[in-house]
Design a protein around this ligand. Structure first.
Ligand code: FCB
Length: 512
């Protein structure tokens, strides 16, 4: 294997900043120029910068009832009328369960050095009952295939697919689910820990908690502020318990979590009401996870915002120590920022899938905060394209969260949905996607040059896949998937990204 990831050598093993600690207030920052120091020239990344691609189990595997797998909350949610566009589900998806040798070979041929995938809890522990050896066998095969191709396996234990049996017992709002998650983490590590060195506990707990239990846009589709907050706490507790258990089993393993961040900017930075609205969203999206996990405390202002909804009733003595157990890696997912104001936008951008089923705001503490379009270019999903936000985000994380604890950062997701138009052979000339990724890599390098310890980048996604409530309607892949035939066709962006990964550098603009 030609890629090695070592555990962090900084003070992550303990020290003065060990939990519980102090949370941070919101400090607004101002947008930087659209292009930074690495704006248009050739950009060389450090030789050991890790170039990867990402997917998640439910989005690509298919084989929903094979070898003992049972329903996850996503299988059940996808059957709810009006929950997913065109009532699509992950029964077949990209069929990676059967086609993984082809997908691994594709990555090897492109020059991709790391594969971020997730294990399906519902495959490994169907119904939340006994562990399923046949389910673990699949990940065994996948990991061996990756290692054989010289590709680093980057394993995420939870990318939103809770076994339905555990949801039936109360799901994430119930404390016991955190302990069950730890047991699942240990069983998976027991089987794969000899070959997998990088372990991510959760992907984007914000989505799992608040889209799943408060907004209802995602599985299991509940719409309760109380449940969302309880879920958030127990997801973090499960993360901390898993980190403690895996650390004990494998002190040398690289342990971490992936959080999603948005840069929340006041629409008018000189209007205190807009600053207050941006503070609320920053708390409800970013600091509600970053501060407990990375600083050992909930932010006071967030606790005030959500005071009516019972969060603190779930916090027991010792929880924050567990939640802030030292980690080696913070995975950063970044797609866009927001302009936030205290009044509704006259013409808001439609950000959710157009579905008949009613949903709610996913922000228990976000009342009175409204996202406004700022006239920035948009992806096909109406997400504003704002690479400079990523520079600011990484610098803020470095200074306030990861730097003092010696934690390395990897951008574990970044990418864009575009309305790809294939030619007769299925080939897509997606220069819009190349420009998106190029711009964000330049923004990352700007942050690195100013001191952010960023060690790698994973494009979302290796393949077009099941985009949750959007079904198969949004394509994020570097590789096109023809869902009729399951044929994979590398897009222009995939070829370009493979070259970047091989060279370790971005070519001078314009891209030819
Ligand atoms: C992230 C998810 C990932 C994918 C991208 C577009 O929030 O982690 O599964 O859906 O968005």
């Amino acid at each position: 294997m030609d890629v090695e990831i070592a555990a962090a050598t900084g003070p992550a093993g303990g020290g003065a900043l060990a939990a519980p600690g102090t949370a941070l207030p919101y400090t607004p920052s101002r947008p930087r120029p659209a292009r930074g120091a690495n704006g248009t020239g050739r950009v060389d990344f450090p030789r050991d910068f890790l170039w990867g691609a990402a997917t998640a189990a439910y989005q690509v595997e298919g084989a929903a009832r094979t070898d003992g797998r049972e329903d996850s909350i996503w299988d059940v949610f996808a059957r709810v009328p009006g929950a997913v566009l065109n009532q699509e589900d992950g029964e077949v998806a990209c069929d990676q369960y059967h086609r993984y040798p082809e997908d691994v070979a594709l990555m090897r041929d492109l020059g991709i050095k790391a594969y971020r995938f997730s294990t399906s809890w519902a495959r490994i522990q169907p119904g939340g009952r006994e562990f399923n050896a046949a389910g673990l066998d699949y990940y065994d095969r996948l990991v061996d295939e990756l290692l054989g191709a010289g590709i680093l396996p980057w394993l995420t234990l939870y990318h939103w697919d809770l076994p339905q049996g555990i949801e039936d017992d109360g799901g994430w709002p119930v404390r016991d689910t955190a302990y069950r998650f730890r047991d699942y983490a240990v069983a998976t590590h027991e089987r794969l820990g000899d070959r997998v060195g990088v372990w991510t506990t959760l992907n984007e707990p914000w989505c799992a908690a608040f889209l799943g239990y408060t907004g209802g846009q995602h599985a299991p589709g509940r719409q309760s502020r109380e449940d969302g907050l309880a879920a958030a706490h127990h997801l973090m507790l499960g993360h901390g318990l898993a980190v403690e258990a895996l650390r004990e089993r494998a002190p040398e393993a690289n342990l971490g979590i992936t959080l999603n961040f948005e840069v929340e900017d006041p629409l008018n930075p000189d209007d205190p009401a807009d600053v207050e609205a941006a503070r609320r969203l920053d708390g409800a999206f970013n600091r509600i996870f970053a501060d407990p996990i990375l600083r050992g405390a909930y932010p006071e202002d967030v606790l005030t915002d959500v005071a009516p909804y019972g969060l603190t009733e779930h916090v027991r003595d010792g929880d924050l120590e567990t939640i802030s157990a030292p980690i080696d890696t913070l995975g950063v997912n970044y797609y866009h920022g927001n302009g936030v104001a205290a009044v509704p936008a006259p013409a808001p951008l439609a950000g959710n899938a157009p579905l008949s089923r009613a949903t709610s705001s996913p922000f228990p503490g976000g009342d009175g905060a409204y996202v406004h379009p700022r006239g920035l270019p948009l992806t096909d999903q109406n997400w504003e394209i704002q690479p400079e936000g990523l520079t600011r985000l990484l610098l803020r994380l470095q200074e306030d969260y990861t730097g003092p604890r010696g934690i390395a950062m990897y951008v574990t997701e970044n990418g864009c949905a575009y309305d790809d138009v294939p030619d007769a052979e299925g080939y897509v000339e997606d220069h819009d996607r190349i420009a998106f990724i190029d711009g964000h890599l330049r923004a990352i390098k700007d942050a690195m040059d100013e001191g952010a310890d960023v060690r790698g980048y994973f494009g979302w996604s290796l393949l077009d896949n099941y985009e949750w409530a959007w079904g198969y309607g949004k394509r994020f892949g570097l590789v096109r998937v023809d869902y009729e035939t399951q044929e994979r066709i590398v897009k222009a962006s995939g070829r370009w990204y493979g070259q970047v990964a091989t060279d370790g550098s971005l070519p001078e603009l314009p891209i030819r």
